[in-house]
Design a protein around this ligand. Structure first.
Ligand code: NAD
Length: 453
């Protein structure tokens, strides 16, 4: 009996991490159900892919417009399922509705055929069925970024949302399906085993957002049929604060970016290197700003750091803090061993590369700092990671020179990354390949075909 058969008729419960209450449940997609979903997706794709591009784009826009009435309910479900504070959950729900509509219009421009000089025409044809596998940290936004271009390109989509956030994903898919043709967008529920079965099934492409380890598994399982991949993986983003930086602005950014979404953001600042000439002042400012944050349940509207999503993630963050302190780091603010389910705002200094907090993605509300004396050394240290998602530099005269040498897909100078309208969201090194956003990103979801005539 396979794992999927064992889990047939099993129920996946969604738990509110702030108090352990069951928010609701969904049926786990068993092997037989998954087979039906995959067959249905292939059938539905044939008609969908043949519809004119402008029709597909306008239907997807209409589908997203229909989310308007559900904006508040979606925000509430995000908070309840993964603990996000209500303000941020509201932004995500509203971004899903408006961003989805905008993206559906924008992506259409990327898929129009082009006539080249000479006798060639480039067409952007559908790939087939795309499995969108998404994480829990931005349960709607991360799914959306991949669902929209995949659909507008003429593919059918099977969404496998995170097992932490199945209910809000269900709500999204159900509402979109009031407008979309049957079978074009479906959902499969369950954990990693269901994701793995989906990757191995008769689909054509996997568009994945999640951890590096899962990305490696997906690549291995996609290899036999050379399935197309878009991989948006983890990060360990460095921030470098130069001696002529605006210290307060840099401290404000370091705290906000480390604490965003309780630190559970792929491009959150994971390690901060500050020039020793301004380090004292910078660390004091960081502690002072961090102390103004309030940790707790999303039910309290003053809270801006919610709980960690689950006990495993909480234990991981605590172990990174403890490892750093055991190896000589200094706890400037916070607790050595916070209790479930929260991690209060934490500031640690004197980190070094032997500490897990420096070498791995922590994904918790921790500002982890060290001081540097040499620019060449700090650039080397910032680049000494398998990851290369984002990187940030604060400062003036050498900021551009430093940014030029950082190995990351997205780099911010005196600001965060990924803020630029139609720019792609892209990682370097083992933070992934294949990407979304921008004309080039949208086209990752199409089969480029050249016709000479
Ligand atoms: P995860 O890798 O544990 O899970 C992501 C999804 O993959 C879930 O739906 C899960 O069920 C599924 N999955 C697990 N094992 C699988 C397998 N073997 N085959 C197929 N699917 C499988 O990640 P997570 O904990 O949900 O999310 C956090 C991670 O996501 C962090 O590393 C974060 O940096 C990363 N992330 C990256 C981006 C980006 O844009 N680069 C954005 C958000 C999150």
């Amino acid at each position: 009996m396979t794992d999927l058969n064992r889990s047939s008729a099993q129920i996946l419960e969604s738990i509110d991490p702030s108090n352990g209450e069951v928010v609701g449940s969904v049926a786990i997609t068993n092997e037989a159900a998954l087979k039906t979903i995959v067959e249905r997706a292939a059938q539905a794709q044939v008609n969908w892919g043949q519809r004119p591009l402008h029709e597909r784009s306008s239907l997807v826009q209409q589908a997203y417009a229909a989310l308007e009435d559900a904006e508040e309910s979606m925000a509430m479900l995000i908070s309840r399922e993964m603990g996000k504070d209500t303000r941020r959950a509201g932004y995500e729900a509203s971004g899903t509705l408006h961003g989805g509509r905008y993206l559906a219009a924008e992506t259409a421009k990327a898929f129009a055929s082009q006539r080249l000089a000479g006798n060639s025409e480039i067409q952007y044809r559908p790939v087939g069925t795309v499995a969108v596998i998404s994480p829990w940290n931005y349960p709607l936004a991360m799914a959306n970024n991949l669902i929209v271009p995949a659909l507008v390109a003429g593919n059918s989509v099977i969404l496998k949302p995170s097992e932490e956030t199945p209910l809000v994903a269900d709500m999204l898919v159900n509402i979109l399906n009031e407008t979309l043709p049957s079978g074009v967008l479906q959902i499969a529920h369950g954990g990693g085993d269901v994701g793995e079965a989906l990757v191995k099934s008769n689909i054509n492409m996997v568009a994945f957002t999640g951890s590096l380890q899962t990305g490696r598994n997906i690549m291995a399982n996609a290899a036999p049929q050379l399935k197309r991949l878009v991989m948006e993986l983890g990060g360990n983003d460095p921030m470098i604060v130069l001696d002529d930086a605006d210290v307060f602005a840099a401290a404000q950014f370091a705290v906000a970016s480390s604490f965003e979404n309780a630190g559970q953001m792929c491009t959150s600042t994971e390690r901060v290197y500050v020039d020793e000439k301004i380090a004292e002042q910078f660390e004091q400012a960081v502690v002072s700003i961090a102390s103004q944050y309030k940790v707790g349940s999303w039910r309290d509207s003053r809270v801006n750091i919610g709980p960690l999503v689950n006990a495993k993630q909480h234990a991981k963050v605590v172990s990174h803090i403890e490892d750093a302190l055991d190896k000589g780091a200094t706890l400037l603010f916070g607790e050595r061993k916070p209790l479930l389910p929260f991690i209060p705002p934490t500031v640690i200094s004197n980190i070094n590369p032997t500490m897990i907090i420096e070498s791995e993605e922590t994904f918790g509300p921790v500002v982890a700092i060290d001081r540097f004396g040499s620019l060449d050394d700090v650039i080397k240290r910032a680049n000494d990671s398998v990851y290369g998602l984002g990187a940030v530099v604060f400062g003036e005269r050498n900021a551009k020179k430093v940014a030029q040498q950082l190995q990351a897909g997205m780099i911010g100078i005196n600001q965060g990354v990924g803020a630029g309208g139609d720019a792609p969201w892209v990682g370097a090194k083992q933070s992934g390949f294949g990407f979304h956003g921008s004309v080039e990103g949208h086209r990752q979801f199409a089969q480029v075909t050249v016709i000479n005539h």
